[in-house]
Design a protein around this ligand. Structure first.
Ligand SMILES: [Zn+2]
Length: 444
């Protein structure tokens, strides 16, 4: 059982840290990090075996990713849990739709991925309390003053999300697997004060509201699990008459969320973040995270696959936590085109493609851009007025070419029918489907 007191303590801690000055914060963070690294070296056989000389110096540690984590699962975790046993428990739970698989006091979670590439995550009770306290502190609009009813849309329920339910807060879980009409009926009855779901689902709900099939009045809307595309943000904000808040979370942890000014701040009060820059201007990077609160399954210098853009100006909220302009998407979905001057393959960031589309025409309702090969890009459009489709597509093509042709060997741009997003598949408006991912090794 999660202890409410424990959650509350974490809650207060987060609120306290938010008032720190920059200097004080980084001093505090460094202390947490050092303490954690010492602890991990005492308790994780994997880290002991690495025989790291300067224990408190993070740069002495090797990088980690899902593969390394799974290959060293048994020695890495500090509870002596075996990978085979954990997999068995997780798969069994999935099959029986049992949402609370545990080994002893440790919750076992399965991360998505192809069957050969699935990850297993271990979280203890204390870590769950810390997670719940942090998420409450960062997301609740009024702290603990009013009772909040949260409608939470997820692919599958999990122990983690069921952990919060008392007089002040209540979670209702909506399985993305279920029928959309059923969601509408339940939401109408439940009347959530907070709606938390992937943007593709929030968009469908907003459409239902506009078509008068649904009447809800959430005071806060939180999107997660997918990249929030401006075309969806604008639509949702118009329908619900409020700013959307974003949570940046993956199986590796709760990594950030937006503040009262709508800026996404990374959770540096839980995670130490190193930046691997991807551009000469040092604005875009992928994060390397060290979670200094996770002891059951240490996450030390773990490379994430996401591309983040730094925010230029400081956020007016005054938080010492790193401010992010946007979460652009996965590294795997970067477009790859040939620079015609240097004659080499290069990454093309999704925000350029995105801007080329959404600024093309007011008639564009939804879109997808898919790269099939070095020479082929497909654009799928959903338009408001079918009569003006051709004109809209021409504008998009014009914008894309204007952006691409100076620098790159221009790919063929074709237009195809819009594929409706599937509830269980993450919506990606910009997606790279090039069959040979090895091509990435040649990208400069
Ligand atoms: Zn802020």
């Amino acid at each position: 059982m999660i202890k409410i007191l424990n959650i509350l303590q974490n809650y207060l801690n987060v609120k306290r840290i938010q008032t720190f000055s920059n200097k004080k914060f980084h001093k505090w963070q460094n202390k947490q990090l050092q303490k954690h690294l010492k602890w991990v070296n005492l308790h994780s056989p994997y880290f002991q075996s690495l025989k790291i000389k300067n224990l408190t110096n993070i740069t002495q540690y090797p990088f980690m990713d899902k593969q390394i984590m799974m290959d060293n699962f048994d020695e890495l975790n500090t509870k002596g849990i075996k990978k085979e046993a954990a997999f068995q428990v997780a798969l069994n739970a999935e099959e029986h739709r049992d949402f609370s698989p545990t080994i002893g006091n440790t919750t076992v979670g399965l991360s998505s991925g192809t069957s050969g590439n699935r990850g297993i995550f271990l979280v203890s009770e204390e870590e769950q309390s810390a997670w719940a306290g942090t998420i409450l502190a960062k997301l609740l609009p009024n702290g603990f003053k009013n009772k909040e009813k949260i409608a939470f849309f997820l692919r599958a329920n999990s122990n983690l999300y069921e952990s919060v339910k008392n007089k002040k807060i209540e979670f209702a879980f909506f399985d993305l697997l279920h029928d959309f009409e059923q969601h509408i009926r339940r939401l109408e009855e439940y009347q959530p004060t907070i709606l938390a779901a992937p943007p593709s689902m929030v968009r469908r709900l907003a459409e239902a509201v506009q078509e008068k099939k649904l009447t809800i009045h959430p005071i806060k809307i939180i999107t997660m699990a997918e990249v929030l595309d401006p075309i969806d943000a604008v639509y949702i904000e118009k329908v619900f008459q409020q700013k959307i808040h974003q949570v940046y979370q993956c199986t590796e942890g709760f990594l950030g969320c937006s503040c009262s000014h709508g800026t996404i701040h990374l959770n540096e009060d839980i995670v130490f973040i190193e930046k691997q820059f991807l551009d000469p201007q040092k604005i875009k990077f992928y994060p390397i995270i060290t979670d200094f609160r996770r002891r059951t399954q240490p996450i030390i210098r773990y490379r994430l696959n996401d591309i983040l853009t730094l925010k230029n100006d400081p956020c007016p909220c005054g938080s010492p936590l790193l401010a992010i302009e946007q979460i652009e998407g996965r590294m795997d979905d970067l477009f790859i085109l040939r620079n015609k001057i240097k004659n080499q393959l290069e990454y093309v960031f999704p925000d350029f493609i995105r801007r080329a589309c959404i600024t093309a025409s007011e008639n564009l309702k939804e879109y997808k851009v898919i790269q099939h090969s070095e020479h082929a890009i497909e654009v799928q459009c959903l338009v408001n007025d079918e009569m003006k489709r051709q004109e809209t597509e021409q504008h998009i093509q014009g914008n894309l070419l204007a952006f691409l042709q100076d620098k790159y060997v221009t790919p063929t741009i074709t237009f195809g029918p819009y594929e409706e997003p599937q509830p269980l598949i993450k919506l990606k408006r910009i997606e790279n489907k090039m069959p040979v991912k090895e091509v990435r090794h040649h990208v400069e």
